[in-house]
Design a protein around this ligand. Structure first.
Ligand code: NAD
Length: 253
């Protein structure tokens, strides 16, 4: 793994109390960055994540807030930037499937207005709100944005077709935010494949096994596999912008 010296650098990670977000917070802190961990205000995993990073010798602060809320998202980002003193990386990672069981593409009856509204608010508008609010601070620091898309946004059927559409939106937003915030800020995204995280879609054993067999590298992604690419896009990759990097072990190849 590449090693970084992130002393004096800061990051805000949305959905930072579990899964890919938490692994990224830990990795950022391990390399010396101060991390603002965003989580839903009533989620006890948020304060626990911050305590665990501090106990491990890292620097972390709490940034509770709902990225799916038009007023709360910019409030949360502005407060995190004020608390951190500067911002070098926004990892806009919070996202939801909105369903416990996969909704296959032909099951159109199960795709409701409520599901669309929920997924658009969190997965797509949440990314935009945080990026817009963080833009001025990132321009000042010549920082970066990394968002979490999905292979479901790149043509693969995901947890539902509405989820796939929101993640395809993140891919498009990544290209246009790269145009919007250049030349100071680089904007990229990761597209995870099948990740073993706290993701709430229930996989059958058969589906899990098939995702391993179909992957060229013959395993599912760990959350650290994703965190590593987030750090590279955030603090390396000096000439990469507007890109969505697939991290799926060759599952979709
Ligand atoms: P996760 O459920 O552990 O992480 C999502 C986090 O976001 C949770 O902590 C959740 O509480 C938080 N969150 C949800 N709504 C929020 C809101 N409105 N405001 C703030 N925080 C909110 O699962 P994960 O796998 O780590 O998911 C992270 C990202 O990865 C998501 O965007 C997801 O769509 C994407 N993804 C996951 C997979 C997978 O297989 N796990 C595959 C592709 C993409």
């Amino acid at each position: 793994m590449i090693s970084y010296d992130l002393t004096g650098k800061t990051a805000l990670v949305t959905g930072g109390a579990s899964g890919i977000g938490l692994a990224t917070c830990r990795m950022l802190a391990k390399f010396g960055a101060t991390v603002a961990v965003n989580f839903l205000a009533d989620d006890p995993r948020g304060p626990e994540a911050v305590d665990a990073i501090i106990d491990a010798g890292g620097k972390a602060i709490m940034a509770p807030g709902n990225v799916g809320d038009a007023a709360d998202a910019p409030r949360m980002v502005e407060k995190a930037i004020a608390d951190l003193g500067r911002l070098d990386l926004l990892f806009a990672n919070a996202g939801i499937p909105g369903t416990r069981h996969r909704i296959a593409p032909p099951q159109l009856d199960l795709i409701t207005e409520e599901l669309w509204a929920q997924l658009l608010q969190v997965n797509l508008l949440g990314v935009f709100r945080c990026a817009k609010a963080a833009g001025p601070a990132l321009k000042e620091s010549h920082g970066a944005i990394v968002s979490t898309a999905s292979i479901a946004g790149l043509g693969r059927a995901g947890s539902s077709l509405a989820y796939g559409a929101t993640k395809a939106g993140v891919v498009s937003l990544t290209q246009n935010l790269a145009r919007a915030l250049a030349p100071e800020v680089r904007v990229n995204a990761i597209a995870p494949g099948a990740v073993d995280s706290t993701w709430t879609v229930e996989w059958t054993n058969e589906e899990r096994q098939s995702s391993i067999e179909k992957a060229l590298l013959k395993r599912r992604c760990t959350t650290d596999d994703l965190a590593e690419v987030v750090l590279f896009l955030g603090f390396g990759a000096a000439m990469v912008t507007g890109q969505t990097i697939t991290v799926d072990g060759g599952l979709t190849l």
